[in-house]
Design a protein around this ligand. Structure first.
Ligand code: UFG
Length: 388
């Protein structure tokens, strides 16, 4: 759902970002183009470093990618329509905009000497995609084609694309390697697969090189607390369980308890977002050396069930997490676990943060400060229950 800006928010947005242009469409600000050379207080912009456009850079994975690009001495420039997240505060140029607006993209590419594009923007909710496939085909395919065509027009030939494990569908074997059949179970996965194929054809036909990442379940938060998961609409398991631990929700629904797994709940491969972000910096370095198109899984090779995640959150947070058994969610495969040896071998990717304990602890540290709310410790809750 698009965010409706009020006038105070717009003023704050401009003040925060020293916007050079603000274009309105139907009373909505459509983009802010910033000139970082004229506004040198952008602490994280150095005109001698290569510029990398990060679409969706205000979002959960995007904000971690931005931090990692800064660490790799690159200049991230964010474009995001803020449809499911807030204004980023990462000290780098930020453009509010939709990717299907050619005039916005052209201005960005004209203003900045973009060397590479990290394309993360898109709609990401599996269940919503089953109900509104048209939204997913538009945001994940049509807008993406516009981005590719703009890159070609401006001679930008390096693309890092965020695809998804959802391209595989129900696994025929686990762990899933990149040669596994691609049979998406939902429109979300279908749009990711279609766009991968489009990129591959563009690479064959044009001067374009690409690394495409099939993420498994991104989780965790920046170990230094600078970024984390904060969607306007939250559907993902770990933040939902935290919402219950933090008393923002009464209980967590477990979708499906009759899957063919040891405890009957679905299994996913949770990989730390900081490790995912690192892969993007490595991919940009790879495209400095190699040409062509490369597809990599990013996951740990180890799966955890929904029930195991709930149990781990209870252990880490020391809070009560009441659960409700619920029907399976439409479009959900029973198990997704990655074989990501290819990324480890070819990109030198190391999964330094992806053990479940680090994932849950970093995410909980972020969640507590991002959604500060009073909460009841396990012992108190136990006393309350005992006295009623
Ligand atoms: N789940 C619950 N209750 C909830 C939320 C989720 O039981 O309140 C279950 C889901 O049914 C699923 C598991 O927890 O079995 C994980 O669900 P998420 O919504 O956290 O993540 P998904 O596996 O559905 O999807 C995520 C990304 C996709 C990506 C996929 C790849 O959102 O973009 O991982 O594994 F494609």
């Amino acid at each position: 759902m698009p965010h409706a800006f009020n006038s105070q928010e717009i003023e704050d947005l401009l003040a925060k970002n020293n916007g050079q242009y603000l274009v309105f469409e139907n009373d909505q600000p459509k983009f802010v183009v910033l000139d970082p050379v004229r506004y040198p207080h952008f602490v994280n912009f150095d005109k001698n470093r290569p510029n990398v456009l990060v679409t969706g850079g205000a979002g959960y994975i995007g904000s971690h990618v931005v931090l990692e690009l800064l660490a790799a001495n690159l200049n991230p420039i964010i474009i995001d329509n803020l449809s499911n997240c807030a204004v980023p505060n990462l000290g780098c140029p930020f453009i509010v905009g939709d990717l299907e607006k050619t005039e916005v993209l052209d201005k960005v590419f004209e203003q900045y000497n973009i060397q590479a594009v990290v394309h993360l923007a898109g709609s990401i909710i599996v269940e919503e995609s089953v109900l509104l496939p048209e939204k997913y085909f538009h945001n994940n395919v049509v807008a993406g084609i516009n981005l590719l065509n703009t890159m070609l027009r401006h001679g930008v030939n390096k693309l890092i694309y965020s695809s998804s494990a959802a391209v595989y569908g129900s696994p025929r074997y686990v762990p899933i390697d990149e040669n596994h059949a691609t049979e998406p179970l939902n429109p979300y996965g279908e749009t990711k697969l279609i766009f991968e194929k489009i990129v591959n054809w563009y690479v064959k036909a044009h001067d374009l090189n690409a690394v495409m990442f099939r993420y498994f379940n991104a989780a965790g938060a920046d170990p230094h607390g600078r970024a984390g998961e904060k969607h306007f609409i939250e559907t993902h398991l770990i933040p939902r369980v935290f919402q219950v631990a933090n008393k923002e929700l009464d209980s967590v629904k477990i979708f499906g308890h009759d899957y063919p797994t040891a405890d009957g709940t679905a299994i996913r491969d949770y990989v730390h977002v900081a490790d995912i972000a690192k892969a993007h910096a490595l991919a940009i370095a790879k495209l400095e050396e190699d040409t062509g198109s490369f597809t990599y899984n990013i996951g740990t090779g180890k799966g955890y069930s929904v029930q195991e995640i709930v149990d781990k959150v209870v252990e880490v947070t020391e809070r009560m997490v009441p659960i409700e058994q619920h029907e399976r969610r439409a479009g959900d495969p029973p198990i997704l676990v990655a074989d990501s040896k290819k990324a480890q071998k070819e990109l030198g990717l190391e999964l330094k943060h992806s053990d479940l304990d680090t994932i849950i602890r970093t995410a909980w540290n972020w969640h507590k400060q991002a959604f500060a709310k009073p909460a009841v410790p396990v012992e108190e809750k136990a006393e309350e229950t005992a006295s009623t």
